[in-house]
Design a binder for this molecule. Sequence first.
Ligand SMILES: Cc1cc2nc3c(=O)[nH]c(=O)nc-3n(C[C@H](O)[C@H](O)[C@H](O)COP(=O)(O)O)c2cc1C
Length: 245
Amino acid sequence: MTDYFLNRASVRTFTDKEVEPELLDSILTRAAKAPTTGNMQLYSVIVSRNPEMRSRLAETHFNQPASKAPVILTICADFNRFTRWCELRKADAGFDNFLSFTSAMADAIIFAQQVVTVAEQEGLGTCYLGTVTYNAREISEILELPELVVPVACLAIGWPAAEGAPSERLLNSGFVHQEKYRKDSDEEILDIFKIKEDYPANAAFAAENNKENLAQVFAEVRYPRGMNEDFSVRFLELLKQKRFI
Ligand SMILES: Cc1cc2nc3c(=O)[nH]c(=O)nc-3n(C[C@H](O)[C@H](O)[C@H](O)COP(=O)(O)O)c2cc1C
């Protein structure tokens, strides 16, 4: 039997076939069995199927291919519901702070990954849209998110039009440290990333982007400093607006 975990890959193109609501509901029920901070379930998921809503959301994801999926799930760190319950029960809810945001974010991300695992095992294709945190304010407005609710993960889901190609990973020896953090030499760092630099699908990236090597493609083209800093400021402003900081 092939190992699902060793063979899975993200999918970015989808057929028009409906993702049946009953199937999605069953996936979400199973995904919600994922571990969660204090069993508080500090997340909400907004299901977008409506073409107009999906088109507005796709814009916030820069219309990248996967954003055209028939179902978009926006997964939010959510302390609003829990805080309101505490207030209704006359409990002193102190969850409008950064630590609480990190708990809710952890819950939301763990839930999102469980959705990926369950959905892919049902034969669906999935892809994260990391742009969710770039344009989190615009997404909050479209989805009318209240205070203490911040989008932190987004999943495109549908029936695959084409299977994703499995991609490379670092060897365990590159990221596993025994007992204490290992001090890698410069040569060892280069050796750890050799598996990426030699991977055929990555080899063409540098030339295509007029860069000398793969590291420059990541740091200067895909995730450049100015963009990281700009979106950081915008995300911090949203956390303030939503009363997490
Ligand atoms: C937090 C996160 C954000 C991601 N954002 C995007 C994205 O915006 N667009 C995209 O096409 N893939 C996105 N991905 C998918 C990754 O590119 C993909 O997981 C990675 O290249 C490894 O490929 P694989 O999932 O097929 O093994 C994202 C994945 C994660 C975990």
